[in-house]
Ligand binder design. Structure first.
Ligand code: RAM
Length: 370
């Protein structure tokens, strides 16, 4: 066990843009104002009939976790509110585990913007990296360097294709895609032109969900997928491609946006353009989407608790880094308030699933704090 600088602040946020340090270290994660995401969010989900979380259990200090672990969280970018909430969940977990968290990434959803953060983790002799891959392959040479230096690699939110890592999946990949298409089919009575407003074209999670959606569209012969556009999880770009979509497809009846940035941008635009008769669903933060549900722009959408996702990823990374669990099928570890989780082999890799998503609509959209 390498020595840890005990004077290090518990949470450090670093934003790297084009390799340059934009925000100095030492800014606490709470300074970037993530919403208060208490465990009550999960309980509210369970009350709504859908569960988020593992096999249950109470918060218990995990005596087997090495104290003073330093874990780098490398989100897709440091600006996306979804990623900020997920990172805050990681901060809570590291606090419970007596370790520290550094949040480091760029401002654009590209692999190139994340590589300096991986290099920083290596230079800092981090114990683990928890990364949301902006690209499945392009990060692997750098992540391999990190593994060669003894750093545990965990992906969350968006997987990477590299060897010997664990992916913390928010929910079953196919189900996320098929549920959105099925929901759109109920909104459109199975008829009409539909488009997808995605995030970055290289994002592993987005592309996996889109593949599942394409297969599910085959079940609805009168509902056609006519276009896929990419807003890069940037509100301005999302708005530009949305407007392009609407003018290119005058008969468009529905938009599925499996990104919190895309769906909130589209909802805001459609709510101020009531003459546009387009149904919108996808993956959104209830805190951002509530006004558009209440004004009738959006009937329903889905998500899981991103705070729980980051919390689970931190517990998984700390458990692997402490040798409490090995990267193998059937390995189990405790994730504090979320309970016990089991590692599953999927294809060539290993995955842990947070739990089924929640559907939000008028009946429950105000019950969540994320
Ligand atoms: C956006 C990002 C993220 C995705 C969520 C649903 O914030 O694309 O990766 O998981 O939406």
């Amino acid at each position: 066990m390498r020595s840890i600088n005990k004077t290090r602040r518990r949470v450090v946020l670093v934003t790297l843009a084009a390799g340059a340090l934009v925000a100095a270290t030492g800014v606490t994660a709470s300074a970037s104002a993530p919403p208060d995401t208490t465990p009550g969010g999960s309980e509210a989900g369970a009350a709504g009939g859908l569960s988020i979380g593992g096999e249950g259990g109470s918060v218990a200090p995990n005596a087997d976790i090495t104290e003073g672990l330093n874990i780098y969280f490398i989100p897709k970018d440091t600006q996306n509110p979804y990623e900020v909430i997920a990172d805050a969940g990681g901060a809570t977990a590291m606090d419970e585990l007596g370790g520290s968290q550094v949040i480091s990434s760029g401002t654009e959803d590209t692999a190139a913007a994340q590589i300096p953060s991986i290099q920083a983790a290596i230079a800092d002799q981090a114990d683990a990296i928890v990364i949301a891959g902006n690209d499945p392959d392009a990060l692997c040479p750098s992540l391999q360097q990190a593994q060669d230096a003894g750093i545990v690699v965990v992906a969350f939110d968006s997987d990477v294709s590299c060897a010997d890592h664990l992916f913390i999946n928010q929910a079953e990949t196919n189900n996320i895609g098929t549920a959105e298409v099925d929901y759109m089919a109920t909104l459109l009575d199975g008829k009409g032109e539909v488009a997808i407003l995605s995030a970055a074209a290289t994002a592993t999670n987005q592309n996996a969900w889109i593949e599942a959606m394409k297969t599910q569209f085959e079940k609805y012969p009168d509902m056609k997928l006519v276009d896929v556009v990419y807003g890069n999880d940037d509100p301005a770009t999302s708005l530009t491609v949305l407007q392009g979509l609407l003018s290119a497809h005058p008969d468009l009846a529905g938009i599925i946006s499996p990104t919190t940035v895309g769906i909130s941008t589209a909802a805001q635009y459609l709510s101020t353009h009531p003459e546009i008769d387009v149904q919108l669903t996808g993956l959104g933060l209830p805190s951002q989407m509530a006004p558009y549900v209440h004004d009738g722009t959006v009937k329903g959408f889905m998500l899981w608790n991103p705070n729980d996702l980051g919390y689970l990823a931190a517990y998984a990374a700390a458990s692997l880094a402490s040798g409490v669990v090995n990267l193998e099928e059937g390995g189990t570890f405790s994730a504090g308030k979320l309970g016990t989780y089991t590692i599953n082999a999927v294809g060539d890799g290993f995955q842990v699933i947070l739990g089924p998503p929640t559907v939000f609509d008028e009946s429950n959209v105000d019950d969540f704090d994320f």
